[in-house]
Design a protein around this ligand. Structure first.
Ligand code: GLC
Length: 570
């Protein structure tokens, strides 16, 4: 059977009339499909080349039509945009490039009409250096209460000319910057685990706790359904700020990200008290709201500590994201995920792409060893993805992910099969990772290029002026939404069909039973009324009897070709 012959790949979806959220009832987030919007690159109503809230509001019906339950918006708060908005200068206002608070309210109202929930991003590890508090800290000088809201320390060496310890920024270079005091003398150093424009807060200071309770309440009062919490493993630093052990210091940045034991600024036990506090803040509000941890912590049993019953509700499953396209490894990460998260009463989550990693349609077309999630790929990278192979595997991987019990996160553009943009000139790159590593890491711009809506419109429909803060490649026309809408076998219709079946058959709340009798290279399980088979091997797999609900690529009669996933009604 070919995909063309598959049933219900396209069905008209009535969006405007949906009165209730799709996932109503208690703890909707346990099974929700949550779509990440990266506001700079989603839709640009003002036409200045940077996406905005009004643009998002206009395009929300297309997301309701896709069948997602919620949207998560990456930061749109006031910010100098040194790290694309993850450098916040005012947590309770909208940056003028994105619009106004009234635009946010309009977005929230439209989302509600469409039955979509809205999650916003919270960035508690650090602010922008343009935040009023940091400016006050600089002015107030050493030993002041203002400095105590951040991590200022005297330097080492005879005249304090050396950084207080050997910590490295995640974006490259030292994690400390020295300030010039008001009298012009070289002064203290402040800690920034990320860019020097992102000073870390001092979470030992109760004033910081109070401030973030205020920020949470501000957005809860505005009706948000939850928060994605940035760098949720970072807030607390080890007492005494000891040096990173030598071995860890020599690791690559991404290895260090993943090894909390050896890095004194990740995964400190005291961080959990913060989330217990926030859990109580959310509990004061009626309805059911979610906190989702961005905690790059391994193994999964450790990440599960963030979602104990009195802390957050979800944590991103980065172990899943980082698993190569290999059946045995995927089977074990699925088992490990379900065991770890259900062990603390939380749902597992699943994710393949986001704004920090190479898009999975390109990652799966690379050799596994070069598929470093956040180093990026660019014009001079040794290994260039095989686009056709990457897309085929990405479609199979997405069909697999969306059949798993728990909650899944999608990143804008993956439903179009968008690849990473590799050919970006150095001078257009904005990611601080690229600049702080002197170009050694290409960074994350390649997954952040504004997405294509209409093949023949200016900026592919991102706006009407043709401007785009990162240039869009000509090949984006082939991926444009209007070229895929209603086209049987397109990636967009594959996602739509998967989301419809997933919701109809309650797969998000299901449970998984592995099926025996298949080759090692085949992933086969049952979730409720659906049998899922993914063939990652070279040998075609004979399909069992049953109605085919969905296939990620063309089938060869009753046979499942390589790099293809199928859902069969059990
Ligand atoms: C998180 C964000 C990333 C940002 C960093 C610093 O990892 O996802 O985009 O650069 O935190 O805020």
């Amino acid at each position: 059977m070919s995909v063309d012959a598959l049933p219900a790949m396209t069905r008209p979806v009535e969006t405007a009339m949906t009165p209730e959220p799709r996932t109503s009832g208690a703890e909707w987030w346990r099974s929700a499909v949550i779509y990440q919007i990266y506001p700079r690159s989603f839709a640009d109503a003002s036409g200045d080349g940077i996406g905005d809230l009004a643009g998002i509001t206009e395009r929300l019906p297309s997301l309701a039509g896709l069948g997602v339950d919620a949207v998560w918006l990456s930061p749109f708060f006031r910010s100098p945009q040194k790290d694309a908005g993850y450098d916040v200068s005012d947590y309770c206002d909208v940056d003028p490039i994105f619009g106004t608070l009234a635009d946010f309210d309009a977005l929230r109202d439209r989302a509600r009409e469409l039955g979509l929930r809205v999650i916003v991003d919270l960035v508690p590890n650090h602010s922008s250096d343009q935040h009023a508090w940091f400016q006050e800290a600089l002015a107030a000088g050493p030993g002041s209460a203002e400095r105590d809201r951040y991590m200022f320390r005297a330097g080492k060496g005879e005249n304090g000319e050396l950084p207080p310890n050997n910590w490295q920024s995640v974006f490259g270079g030292d994690a400390w910057t020295r300030v010039t005091e008001a009298d012009g003398s070289a002064g203290e150093w402040y800690l920034h685990i990320f860019d020097s424009s992102q000073p870390d807060f001092n979470w030992k200071n109760p004033i910081v706790w109070e401030e973030f309770r205020r920020v949470l309440r501000f957005w809860l009062d505005r009706g948000v359904d939850g928060f994605r919490v940035d760098v949720a493993h970072g807030l607390m630093k080890q007492e005494g700020l000891p040096d990173i052990a030598e071995a860890a210091a020599s690791d690559s940045i991404s290895d260090a990200l993943m090894s909390p034991e050896s890095v004194p600024y990740w995964a400190q036990p005291a961080v959990h008290e913060v989330y217990r506090d926030w859990h109580r803040v959310l509990a004061d509000y009626e309805g059911d709201r979610v906190l989702c941890a961005e905690a790059w912590v391994e193994p999964l049993a450790k990440a599960a500590l963030w979602v104990r019953p009195d802390e957050m509700h979800q944590a991103f499953n980065f172990s899943y994201l980082g698993t190569p396209w290999q059946a045995e490894k995927l089977r074990s990460v699925i088992d490990e995920s379900i065991a770890a998260f259900t062990g603390v009463g939380a749902p597992s989550t699943w994710v393949l792409s986001n704004h920090d990693v190479v898009r999975h349609a390109s990652r799966y077309g690379l050799l596994p060893k070069t598929a470093v999630p956040n180093a990026g790929i660019g014009p001079s990278s040794n290994d260039k993805p095989d686009a056709a192979l990457g897309l085929r595997r990405a479609r199979a991987a997405s069909a697999l992910m969306l059949s798993l019990p728990g909650s899944a996160y999608l990143y804008q553009g993956e439903e179009l099969g968008l690849p990473e943009v590799i050919e970006l000139d150095d001078h257009v790159r904005e990611d601080p990772t690229f600049h702080r590593t002197g170009g050694e890491s290409y960074g994350r711009d390649g997954c952040r290029v504004p997405i294509p809506w209409e093949a023949d419109a200016p900026a592919f429909g991102f706006n009407t002026t043709g401007g785009s803060w990162l240039p869009q490649p000509a090949e984006f026309a082939d991926y444009a939404r209007d070229r895929q809408e209603g086209v049987a076998g397109s990636t967009l219709e594959l996602y739509r069909a998967a989301l419809a079946s997933r919701s109809e058959r309650d797969l998000g709340l299901g449970s998984l039973q592995w099926l025996e009798g298949f080759d090692d290279d085949v992933i086969a399980f049952r979730n409720g009324t659906v049998t899922v088979i993914a063939n990652l091997g070279a040998v075609p797999v004979e399909l069992p009897e049953g109605k085919i609900l969905l296939a990620s690529g063309p089938l060869d009669g009753p046979v499942l070709p390589t790099d293809t996933t199928v859902w069969i009604a059990a």
